[in-house]
Design a binder for this molecule. Structure first.
Ligand SMILES: Nc1ncnc2c1ncn2[C@@H]1O[C@H](COP(=O)(O)OP(=O)(O)OP(=O)(O)O)[C@@H](O)[C@H]1O
Ligand SMILES: [Mg+2]
Length: 305
């Protein structure tokens, strides 16, 4: 039975091959209840394969899986009853009346901005509208664990933000979410923890902040009031990069207190008065590049039908 402390999703030593091709090479994923894990990875990394195994749609070669307290081998039906997975299962909630089911549908249509198109055949929907309908149907039945496989691919910025709001409100209600994404910003925005999947292995996991700290880099940028001050600052920091238009001098420094103190001391000694100081950490993009050696995954793709 699930206990308050048992994770909502636990996959250990998950392996999967398609024929000769090894797709998952022994991955571990543990998602505490009420949290969001973002599974981040490039095309072909094995994200969809993982989601399909965890949601009982695909068999695995090895590994143990528990979802919402149910073991995948002993009780796949228990898992199916607990999860929401985009568009795969009957959307009718058996515990509600027919009318309540329909009201729920109407609420979801409104939440996803689909009320106007609600009476049109779905065959006339755009890719983004279909995506939203799919997502709305995932949430019928109030699942406790939700799998979202690239939930915002193909959505316009407004719909993407609406989706993020939906995810946040689900989490506020205690729902556990595993989402896959190629959008680093999305992982940064939504996830408590991020697992980076590359070629069938988890190459890094942690909070977005922890992952950013793995990557050296970052900068301290001085914003100056005018060109004479800029010239003084540029002379005081010969390794800095001066931007005459922006009136800034950027220094490659680790974004911590000690480097900031050194910069401030040096500025004071040289009589440089900065208007503003900006300290930037490396982004998840930098993390991804450093960990996988690949370029950043393509941010936009066509939605698979
Ligand atoms: N049913 C299948 N039969 C054979 N190979 C498959 C099958 N499903 C997936 N694969 C292969 O497994 C690998 C991982 O695919 P998967 O769909 O899990 O990747 P993904 O991380 O979801 O990629 P994307 O970002 O493109 O959605 C790919 O090389 C893919 O070609
Ligand atoms: Mg996929």
């Amino acid at each position: 039975m699930p206990t308050p402390t048992s994770p909502a999703i636990e996959a250990l030593g998950l392996r999967k091959s398609f024929g000769e091709q090894l797709v998952l090479d022994g991955i571990d994923l543990v998602v505490p209840a009420g949290t969001v894990l973002a599974l981040l990875g490039p095309n072909g990394a094995g994200k969809t394969t993982t989601v399909h195994i965890l949601s009982t749609l695909l068999s695995r070669d090895a590994g143990t899986v528990r979802v919402a307290g149910h073991d995948l081998d002993d009780d796949p039906d228990g898992i199916r009853a607990a999860i929401g997975l985009t568009g795969q299962f009957s959307a009718v909630d058996a515990l509600l009346t027919g009318e309540e089911n329909l009201h729920l549908m109407a609420d979801l249509l409104a939440r996803f901005d689909l009320t106007e198109s609600a009476r049109k055949p779905a065959s006339t929907y755009s890719g983004g509208m279909l995506r939203k309908l799919d997502l709305a149907m995932t949430l019928v039945g109030e699942p406790r664990v939700v799998f979202l496989d690239e939930p915002t691919t193909g959505l316009d910025p407004r719909s993407r933000h609406a989706m993020w709001d939906v995810v946040r409100s689900l989490v506020a209600d205690g729902v556990t979410i595993l989402l896959t994404t190629q959008h680093l910003e999305e992982a940064d925005q939504l996830a408590d923890r991020v697992a980076v999947l590359d070629a069938g292995r988890i190459v890094a996991h942690g909070t977005p902040a922890e992952l950013k700290r793995l990557v050296p880099g970052g900068s301290v940028r001085l914003h100056l009031a005018d060109r004479p001050t800029l010239a003084t600052a540029a002379a005081a920091f010969p390794d800095g990069v001066a931007d005459v238009e922006a009136l800034t001098v950027s220094l490659a420094r680790t974004p911590d207190l000690e480097s900031l103190r050194v910069v401030l001391d040096e500025a004071e000694r040289a009589g440089v008065v900065a208007d503003r100081i900006e300290v930037a950490s490396p982004g998840l993009d930098d993390v991804f590049l450093a960990l996988t050696g690949h370029t950043t995954p393509t941010p936009t793709r066509e939605v698979a039908p």
